[in-house]
Design a protein around this ligand. Structure first.
Ligand code: R5P
Length: 294
Protein backbone atom coordinates (compact mmCIF):
# COMPACT_ATOMS: atom_id res chain seq x y z
CA UNK A 1 0.00 0.00 0.00
CA UNK A 2 1.14 3.58 -0.73
CA UNK A 3 -0.19 6.72 0.92
CA UNK A 4 -0.95 10.07 -0.68
CA UNK A 5 -1.34 12.95 1.79
CA UNK A 6 -3.86 15.27 0.10
CA UNK A 7 -3.33 19.05 0.25
CA UNK A 8 -6.01 19.45 2.98
CA UNK A 9 -4.47 16.81 5.30
CA UNK A 10 -0.72 16.91 4.71
CA UNK A 11 0.29 16.75 8.37
CA UNK A 12 -2.17 14.00 9.29
CA UNK A 13 -1.30 12.05 6.13
CA UNK A 14 2.41 12.22 6.94
CA UNK A 15 1.77 11.02 10.51
CA UNK A 16 -0.30 8.08 9.26
CA UNK A 17 2.38 7.13 6.70
CA UNK A 18 5.06 7.25 9.39
CA UNK A 19 3.05 5.19 11.90
CA UNK A 20 2.07 2.60 9.28
CA UNK A 21 5.46 2.48 7.58
CA UNK A 22 3.83 3.26 4.22
CA UNK A 23 5.65 4.78 1.27
CA UNK A 24 4.41 8.31 0.62
CA UNK A 25 3.56 9.71 -2.78
CA UNK A 26 3.36 13.48 -2.59
CA UNK A 27 1.07 15.69 -4.64
CA UNK A 28 2.08 18.94 -6.30
CA UNK A 29 -0.90 21.28 -6.32
CA UNK A 30 -1.81 24.83 -7.11
CA UNK A 31 -4.85 26.96 -7.76
CA UNK A 32 -4.88 28.82 -11.08
CA UNK A 33 -5.70 32.55 -11.05
CA UNK A 34 -9.27 31.76 -12.18
CA UNK A 35 -9.77 29.47 -9.15
CA UNK A 36 -9.36 26.07 -10.86
CA UNK A 37 -7.40 23.35 -9.05
CA UNK A 38 -4.35 21.57 -10.46
CA UNK A 39 -2.78 18.41 -9.01
CA UNK A 40 0.06 16.10 -10.11
CA UNK A 41 1.29 12.90 -8.46
CA UNK A 42 5.02 13.14 -7.79
CA UNK A 43 5.69 9.40 -7.57
CA UNK A 44 4.61 6.08 -9.06
CA UNK A 45 1.42 4.34 -7.96
CA UNK A 46 1.64 1.62 -10.63
CA UNK A 47 -0.12 -1.58 -9.44
CA UNK A 48 -0.35 -0.18 -5.88
CA UNK A 49 -3.25 -0.12 -3.45
CA UNK A 50 -3.31 3.61 -2.68
CA UNK A 51 -4.75 5.39 0.37
CA UNK A 52 -5.49 9.09 -0.21
CA UNK A 53 -5.87 11.12 2.99
CA UNK A 54 -7.90 14.25 2.36
CA UNK A 55 -10.32 15.89 4.75
CA UNK A 56 -13.24 17.79 3.24
CA UNK A 57 -13.90 20.57 5.70
CA UNK A 58 -14.04 24.13 4.30
CA UNK A 59 -13.31 24.94 1.56
CA UNK A 60 -15.21 21.68 1.08
CA UNK A 61 -15.84 21.95 -2.65
CA UNK A 62 -12.16 22.61 -3.39
CA UNK A 63 -11.10 19.77 -1.09
CA UNK A 64 -13.61 17.39 -2.68
CA UNK A 65 -12.51 18.28 -6.21
CA UNK A 66 -8.83 17.83 -5.27
CA UNK A 67 -9.66 14.40 -3.82
CA UNK A 68 -11.52 13.41 -6.99
CA UNK A 69 -8.67 14.65 -9.18
CA UNK A 70 -6.05 12.77 -7.11
CA UNK A 71 -8.11 9.55 -7.25
CA UNK A 72 -8.57 9.90 -11.01
CA UNK A 73 -4.86 10.62 -11.49
CA UNK A 74 -3.96 7.57 -9.40
CA UNK A 75 -6.26 5.29 -11.44
CA UNK A 76 -5.00 6.78 -14.70
CA UNK A 77 -1.45 6.08 -13.56
CA UNK A 78 -2.08 2.40 -12.81
CA UNK A 79 -3.25 2.26 -9.16
CA UNK A 80 -4.85 -1.13 -8.48
CA UNK A 81 -7.21 0.03 -5.73
CA UNK A 82 -8.04 3.35 -4.12
CA UNK A 83 -9.08 3.86 -0.51
CA UNK A 84 -10.19 7.43 0.19
CA UNK A 85 -9.52 8.34 3.82
CA UNK A 86 -11.82 11.30 4.48
CA UNK A 87 -11.56 12.17 8.19
CA UNK A 88 -14.32 14.81 7.98
CA UNK A 89 -16.91 13.94 5.35
CA UNK A 90 -18.48 17.08 3.91
CA UNK A 91 -22.18 17.04 3.07
CA UNK A 92 -22.83 14.10 5.45
CA UNK A 93 -25.41 16.32 7.17
CA UNK A 94 -27.29 16.54 3.85
CA UNK A 95 -28.21 12.88 3.59
CA UNK A 96 -32.00 13.24 3.66
CA UNK A 97 -34.64 15.17 1.81
CA UNK A 98 -36.77 17.21 4.22
CA UNK A 99 -38.43 19.72 1.90
CA UNK A 100 -39.69 19.22 -1.62
CA UNK A 101 -37.15 20.29 -4.24
CA UNK A 102 -34.09 19.44 -2.13
CA UNK A 103 -31.32 17.01 -3.12
CA UNK A 104 -29.60 14.41 -0.91
CA UNK A 105 -26.27 16.10 -1.62
CA UNK A 106 -24.11 13.37 -0.04
CA UNK A 107 -25.39 11.00 -2.73
CA UNK A 108 -24.02 13.28 -5.45
CA UNK A 109 -20.68 13.50 -3.62
CA UNK A 110 -20.58 9.68 -3.43
CA UNK A 111 -21.32 9.35 -7.15
CA UNK A 112 -18.59 11.85 -8.01
CA UNK A 113 -15.98 9.97 -5.96
CA UNK A 114 -17.07 6.68 -7.48
CA UNK A 115 -16.71 8.08 -11.00
CA UNK A 116 -13.26 9.43 -10.09
CA UNK A 117 -12.12 5.90 -9.23
CA UNK A 118 -12.50 5.60 -5.45
CA UNK A 119 -13.08 1.93 -4.52
CA UNK A 120 -13.70 2.31 -0.80
CA UNK A 121 -13.80 4.97 1.89
CA UNK A 122 -12.76 5.31 5.51
CA UNK A 123 -14.26 8.19 7.47
CA UNK A 124 -14.49 9.13 11.14
CA UNK A 125 -17.64 9.80 13.18
CA UNK A 126 -19.78 10.58 10.19
CA UNK A 127 -22.65 12.79 11.32
CA UNK A 128 -25.34 10.38 10.14
CA UNK A 129 -24.63 6.68 9.50
CA UNK A 130 -27.45 6.85 6.96
CA UNK A 131 -25.19 8.97 4.76
CA UNK A 132 -22.99 5.93 4.16
CA UNK A 133 -25.89 4.01 2.65
CA UNK A 134 -25.77 6.55 -0.21
CA UNK A 135 -22.33 5.24 -1.28
CA UNK A 136 -22.16 2.51 -3.92
CA UNK A 137 -18.76 1.35 -2.58
CA UNK A 138 -17.81 0.10 0.92
CA UNK A 139 -17.66 2.92 3.47
CA UNK A 140 -16.19 2.35 6.94
CA UNK A 141 -17.00 4.67 9.83
CA UNK A 142 -14.42 4.81 12.66
CA UNK A 143 -15.02 6.43 16.03
CA UNK A 144 -12.54 8.78 17.67
CA UNK A 145 -14.59 9.26 20.86
CA UNK A 146 -12.49 6.79 22.92
CA UNK A 147 -9.33 8.69 21.84
CA UNK A 148 -10.86 11.98 23.01
CA UNK A 149 -11.96 10.46 26.33
CA UNK A 150 -8.50 8.91 26.85
CA UNK A 151 -7.02 12.39 26.38
CA UNK A 152 -9.12 13.61 29.33
CA UNK A 153 -8.24 10.56 31.45
CA UNK A 154 -4.51 11.22 30.87
CA UNK A 155 -5.11 14.76 32.13
CA UNK A 156 -6.70 13.54 35.37
CA UNK A 157 -10.41 13.72 34.51
CA UNK A 158 -11.27 10.07 35.18
CA UNK A 159 -14.84 9.98 36.50
CA UNK A 160 -16.00 13.13 34.68
CA UNK A 161 -19.63 13.20 33.47
CA UNK A 162 -20.01 12.62 29.70
CA UNK A 163 -22.78 14.73 28.21
CA UNK A 164 -24.40 14.53 24.78
CA UNK A 165 -26.01 17.79 23.61
CA UNK A 166 -28.97 15.88 22.19
CA UNK A 167 -30.52 12.43 22.37
CA UNK A 168 -29.13 11.44 18.96
CA UNK A 169 -25.59 11.92 20.28
CA UNK A 170 -26.17 9.76 23.37
CA UNK A 171 -24.23 6.86 21.81
CA UNK A 172 -21.23 9.23 21.71
CA UNK A 173 -21.58 10.06 25.40
CA UNK A 174 -21.87 6.34 26.17
CA UNK A 175 -18.64 5.59 24.28
CA UNK A 176 -16.91 8.32 26.30
CA UNK A 177 -18.44 7.06 29.54
CA UNK A 178 -16.89 3.62 28.96
CA UNK A 179 -13.45 5.25 29.11
CA UNK A 180 -14.14 7.96 31.70
CA UNK A 181 -16.09 5.71 34.06
CA UNK A 182 -18.41 8.48 35.35
CA UNK A 183 -22.04 9.26 34.58
CA UNK A 184 -23.56 10.05 31.20
CA UNK A 185 -26.66 11.83 29.98
CA UNK A 186 -28.09 14.06 27.30
CA UNK A 187 -29.90 17.34 26.80
CA UNK A 188 -32.92 17.77 24.54
CA UNK A 189 -32.49 19.76 21.32
CA UNK A 190 -35.15 20.74 18.78
CA UNK A 191 -34.40 22.21 15.34
CA UNK A 192 -36.75 24.31 13.19
CA UNK A 193 -36.33 22.86 9.68
CA UNK A 194 -37.13 26.20 7.98
CA UNK A 195 -34.90 28.54 9.99
CA UNK A 196 -32.34 26.01 11.28
CA UNK A 197 -32.81 27.59 14.75
CA UNK A 198 -32.35 25.19 17.69
CA UNK A 199 -33.64 25.20 21.27
CA UNK A 200 -32.17 23.17 24.12
CA UNK A 201 -33.52 22.05 27.48
CA UNK A 202 -31.90 20.32 30.43
CA UNK A 203 -34.33 17.54 31.30
CA UNK A 204 -33.60 15.70 34.53
CA UNK A 205 -29.80 15.70 34.60
CA UNK A 206 -27.95 15.62 37.90
CA UNK A 207 -24.63 17.35 37.25
CA UNK A 208 -24.42 19.44 40.44
CA UNK A 209 -20.84 19.50 41.70
CA UNK A 210 -19.56 17.51 38.72
CA UNK A 211 -16.94 18.10 36.04
CA UNK A 212 -18.81 17.72 32.75
CA UNK A 213 -17.34 17.07 29.31
CA UNK A 214 -19.74 17.74 26.42
CA UNK A 215 -19.02 15.28 23.60
CA UNK A 216 -20.26 15.94 20.07
CA UNK A 217 -19.29 14.85 16.58
CA UNK A 218 -19.08 18.39 15.18
CA UNK A 219 -18.68 21.87 16.62
CA UNK A 220 -19.63 24.27 13.84
CA UNK A 221 -20.94 27.70 14.91
CA UNK A 222 -20.63 26.70 18.57
CA UNK A 223 -24.31 27.42 19.26
CA UNK A 224 -25.02 23.90 20.54
CA UNK A 225 -22.10 23.96 22.99
CA UNK A 226 -22.85 27.51 24.18
CA UNK A 227 -26.46 26.52 24.93
CA UNK A 228 -25.41 23.28 26.64
CA UNK A 229 -22.74 24.99 28.75
CA UNK A 230 -25.25 27.56 30.01
CA UNK A 231 -27.65 24.83 31.12
CA UNK A 232 -24.88 22.80 32.79
CA UNK A 233 -23.46 25.77 34.69
CA UNK A 234 -26.98 26.80 35.79
CA UNK A 235 -27.48 23.26 37.08
CA UNK A 236 -24.34 23.50 39.21
CA UNK A 237 -21.61 21.79 37.15
CA UNK A 238 -18.23 22.88 38.57
CA UNK A 239 -16.31 22.82 35.27
CA UNK A 240 -17.43 22.31 31.68
CA UNK A 241 -15.21 21.12 28.80
CA UNK A 242 -16.14 20.63 25.15
CA UNK A 243 -14.81 17.71 23.10
CA UNK A 244 -15.56 16.99 19.47
CA UNK A 245 -14.21 14.93 16.62
CA UNK A 246 -14.56 17.64 13.97
CA UNK A 247 -13.69 21.14 15.24
CA UNK A 248 -15.04 23.17 12.31
CA UNK A 249 -15.24 26.17 14.67
CA UNK A 250 -16.65 28.62 12.16
CA UNK A 251 -16.01 32.37 12.65
CA UNK A 252 -15.84 33.35 16.32
CA UNK A 253 -17.19 30.00 17.58
CA UNK A 254 -14.15 29.36 19.77
CA UNK A 255 -14.47 32.73 21.53
CA UNK A 256 -18.23 32.36 22.02
CA UNK A 257 -17.74 28.93 23.60
CA UNK A 258 -15.02 30.09 25.96
CA UNK A 259 -17.04 33.24 26.82
CA UNK A 260 -19.95 30.94 27.79
CA UNK A 261 -17.76 29.46 30.54
CA UNK A 262 -16.32 26.39 28.80
CA UNK A 263 -12.79 25.80 30.14
CA UNK A 264 -11.32 24.32 26.99
CA UNK A 265 -12.21 22.90 23.58
CA UNK A 266 -10.55 19.64 22.53
CA UNK A 267 -10.90 18.36 18.97
CA UNK A 268 -9.06 16.04 16.61
CA UNK A 269 -6.91 16.78 13.58
CA UNK A 270 -9.72 15.70 11.24
CA UNK A 271 -9.92 19.46 10.78
CA UNK A 272 -6.63 21.24 11.50
CA UNK A 273 -7.37 23.91 14.13
CA UNK A 274 -5.82 25.29 17.34
CA UNK A 275 -8.20 22.94 19.22
CA UNK A 276 -6.93 19.84 17.33
CA UNK A 277 -5.14 18.31 20.31
CA UNK A 278 -5.88 14.65 19.60
CA UNK A 279 -4.51 12.98 16.46
CA UNK A 280 -6.47 10.47 14.40
CA UNK A 281 -3.21 9.01 13.03
CA UNK A 282 -3.19 5.88 15.22
CA UNK A 283 -6.89 5.15 14.63
CA UNK A 284 -6.57 5.46 10.85
CA UNK A 285 -3.25 3.64 10.58
CA UNK A 286 -4.71 0.68 12.54
CA UNK A 287 -7.60 0.58 10.12
CA UNK A 288 -5.30 0.70 7.07
CA UNK A 289 -3.14 -2.04 8.61
CA UNK A 290 -6.25 -4.23 9.02
CA UNK A 291 -7.11 -3.64 5.36
CA UNK A 292 -3.61 -4.63 4.25
CA UNK A 293 -3.66 -7.87 6.21
CA UNK A 294 -7.34 -8.59 5.45
C1 R5P B 1 -25.85 18.25 15.20
O1 R5P B 1 -26.71 17.39 15.29
C2 R5P B 1 -24.39 17.97 15.43
O2 R5P B 1 -24.16 16.79 16.12
C3 R5P B 1 -23.75 19.13 16.15
O3 R5P B 1 -24.34 19.25 17.43
C4 R5P B 1 -23.94 20.41 15.39
O4 R5P B 1 -23.58 20.23 14.06
C5 R5P B 1 -23.15 21.52 16.00
O5 R5P B 1 -23.42 22.68 15.30
P1 R5P B 1 -23.23 24.10 15.98
O6 R5P B 1 -21.84 24.14 16.56
O7 R5P B 1 -23.41 25.06 14.85
O8 R5P B 1 -24.28 24.25 17.01
Amino acid sequence: MKLIPGPASIELGEKIAELSGLERVNVAYKVFPDGENYIRLEGSVQKAHVAIVQTTSAPQDTNLMQLAFIAAAAKRNGARKITAVIPYLAYARQDKIFLQGENANIETVAAMLNTAGVDEMITVNVHAEGALARFSFPALNLTAIPLLAEHFVRRGFKGAFALAPDKGAMYIAEQAQQVLGGGAGHLEKQRDRQTGQTTQTGGSLDVKGQIVIIFDDIISTGGTIVGAARILLEQGATQVFAACVHPLLIGDAEKRILDAGVKEIVGTDSVPRRASKVSLASLISNSLRAKQSG
